[in-house]
Design a binder for this molecule. Structure first.
Ligand code: 76R
Length: 250
């Protein structure tokens, strides 16, 4: 029978995807738009001002039709994440946003490869990964995933030893991309629709593609992984975003 691996949880994560309702935005008067931009600027500034002891924030524009913006928050308190999503909903600019997707999860490290450490010792040494600052990389890729439960390919019926071996090989492939891609794995069992969220940061979208492609051939992914939708964000500064909005009817 399968036996769960111990996990260590860190900060909570909210991937808050928004779509801009351009028709509504253009229907605002210039004064309404200016006021909306001012308050939106102040709101984003308050997100950016989160103390590094408590959380982190990144702003991205999303390529393709699935969303326009990703507001990515990590925070130690789930209440703080709720306050942030409601602040967006209640803002003036929020009246021009819809919400095509969101994902709530918590940073998770499993102890497949770090056996023998007490929770406290592991927590100390892994603090940087449990409480992630958003790396200054140009791209962010997010997707949720499950481990498969199907016939012979049932992750949850494999022995812990077998999973440990599989995760070791998975880690070896991942580690080849250590310089180019930073990964944050969040667990969402019982919190959202899938079992994990994968968030990858890189300056090079092709490095993300190559990493994911290579992992598809690894047994942990080839036999056991099912994936949800993929989102690719480009990091933007607050000012860049405001400029894009301001130019919207140029
Ligand atoms: O935490 C560690 O770095 C140790 C090794 C490791 C574990 C335990 C590791 C390394 N991962 C672990 C756990 Mn991972 N990871 C994914 C995906 O697209 C796919 O095929 C899968 C999505 C990617 C791209 C990725 C990248 N990893 C997990 C788990 C939890 C499994 C469980 O607990 O049952 C999932 C769901 C998952 C999925 N992983 C790495 C990477 C990369 C790049 C690394 C190397 C990190 C580094 O060395 O810098």
């Amino acid at each position: 029978m399968g036996e769960p691996v111990e996990t260590i949880e860190g900060w909570y994560a909210l991937h808050d995807f928004r779509r801009i309702d351009w028709v509504r935005w253009r229907s605002l008067t210039p004064e309404e738009r200016a006021r909306a931009i001012d308050s939106w600027d102040a709101l984003l500034a308050s997100f950016e001002a989160v103390s590094p002891e408590e959380g982190s924030f990144g702003l991205y524009t999303v390529l393709g039709h699935k969303a326009d913006l990703l507001l990515l928050h990590f925070h130690k308190e789930p209440e703080a994440l709720r306050a942030r999503e409601w602040a967006v909903d209640r803002s003036r600019f929020g009246t021009c946003l819809t919400r095509p997707y969101s994902y709530f999860s918590v940073v998770e490290l499993s102890k497949y490869l770090a056996q023998g450490l007490t929770e406290e010792a592991a927590r100390q040494s892994l603090r940087r990964r449990l409480e992630p600052q958003i790396p200054p990389r140009a791209y962010c890729c997010f997707y949720p995933m499950n481990k498969r439960r199907q016939g012979q390919d049932n992750w949850y019926m494999t022995s812990r030893e077998e999973r440990r071996e599989l995760m070791k090989n998975h880690g070896i492939i991942g580690h080849k991309y250590h310089e180019e891609v930073t990964q944050v794995i969040t667990g969402s069992q019982g919190l959202d629709d899938w079992e994990w969220g994968v968030t990858l940061f890189s300056d090079n979208p092709v490095a993300i593609k190559k990493l994911i492609y290579e992992m598809r051939f690894d047994e942990a992914s080839a036999r056991f992984a099912d994936f949800g939708p993929f989102y690719l964000g480009q990091r933007v500064g607050r000012q860049d975003l405001l400029r894009l909005l301001d130019l919207a009817d140029a």
